[in-house]
Design a protein around this ligand. Structure first.
Ligand code: NAP
Length: 297
């Protein structure tokens, strides 16, 4: 595999401006890192917040994006679990890296730590693989914070647009004799009040219910007595590496190999490769429903 000296990236050159295609020097992996040739990228709301409001950006130009799949082209000192040529999915988290351009997903080559790589089985395409890392990270963050992992497989479904949705959920839960001790908020930020109200109405007498919130926690929300909220994220940096290594190097690797993980929801691939990254973020901002947006390089 020939190695480039420069490559293309869709960069945030200034807060609030559309992504720009730039050519940048291809970095060399340091200890415990690999250089990944990016073959598919999926987009998440945090990428949009990095572009539009400068969330988790230390300096410009910055590169956003966390979800990639691709092929390993170089390994840094000490890397032992993967080899050049391996097909992997990777959590190239631009928000942990504060937008450092060597580490954001939205470019042709990206540096990734060995701890956040998962080999892709041959039956998985790069596009299918690229939707896994952020979803896996959030599900395991929910487990770490509240003890919830199985967030799908619903027995009852409610329309969140119904005016009396809180009453509907509470009365259905009471009918089923349910108490609610753990919850996870995975939708947009506008509806956190609804979640904490449900938790408050269904908590066990005398016990504290925990509610993990994936979006930035809305400070205006009135949290009922007996409910604790927490922003969903993994452990603090000093413990994070070991945790990520287990999540991606053991749990996801084993469950992919056993066929227990599927690529979901429906993936919509935008034409145009990196040049379509800005459009993908605009589409996310406009609102997507049960769809994961991705590009192929
Ligand atoms: N903490 C973290 O590490 C972390 C990681 C990833 C994501 N997040 C955050 O988690 C949130 C969701 O991310 P995403 O990637 O899933 O976003 P997304 O792709 O934009 O999807 C949002 C979904 O939320 C649904 N929704 C909106 N309001 C709702 C409500 N009141 N009740 C139930 N569902 C509702 C929408 O449903 P419709 O189909 O009806 O439009 C849509 O399908 C975002 O705020 C994101 O920033 C946090």
């Amino acid at each position: 595999m020939s190695l480039p000296t420069t490559h293309q990236a869709a960069a945030i050159v200034e807060k609030g401006k559309p992504l720009s295609l730039i050519t940048r020097k291809t970095p060399t992996p340091g200890p415990g890192e690999v250089l990944l040739k990016v073959q598919a990228i999926a987009f998440n709301p945090v990428d949009m917040a990095q572009r539009d409001v400068g969330l988790f950006i230390a300096a410009y130009p910055a590169i956003s994006g966390s979800d990639v799949a691709g092929t390993i082209t170089l390994t840094g000192p000490g890397v032992s679990s993967v080899q050049i040529g391996d097909r992997v999915t990777a959590f190239a988290s631009a928000f942990f890296a504060q937008g450092n351009p060597d580490y954001g997903a939205t470019q042709e080559y990206v540096l990734v730590a060995e701890t956040v790589l998962t080999p892709l089985p041959a039956s998985w395409s790069f596009v299918e693989g690229c939707v896994l890392p952020m979803a896996t990270f959030v599900a395991w963050s929910a487990w770490t914070i509240t003890g919830i992992l199985r967030v799908w497989g619903a027995k009852r479904v409610f329309d969140y647009k119904a005016e009396d949705v809180v009453e509907q959920i509470v009365s259905a839960a009471k009918e089923d004799g349910l108490k609610m001790t753990k919850g996870m908020h995975a939708a947009g930020s506008s509806v956190q009040q609804l979640g904490v109200d449900v938790m408050g109405a269904l908590r066990e007498e005398g016990a504290v219910s925990k509610y993990g919130i994936a979006p930035i926690v809305d400070k205006e929300v009135k949290v009922p007595e007996g409910v604790e909220t927490a922003f969903l994220t993994g452990p603090q940096p000093e413990e994070r590496d070991e945790w990520l290594k287990w999540v991606f190097g053991t749990w996801l690797k084993e469950n992919l190999a056993k066929g227990r993980v599927v690529a979901s929801p429906h993936i919509k691939v935008l034409d145009g490769g990196l040049a379509a990254a800005n459009q993908a973020l605009d589409n996310l901002k406009a609102g997507v429903s049960a769809t994961k947006l991705a590009v192929e390089l």
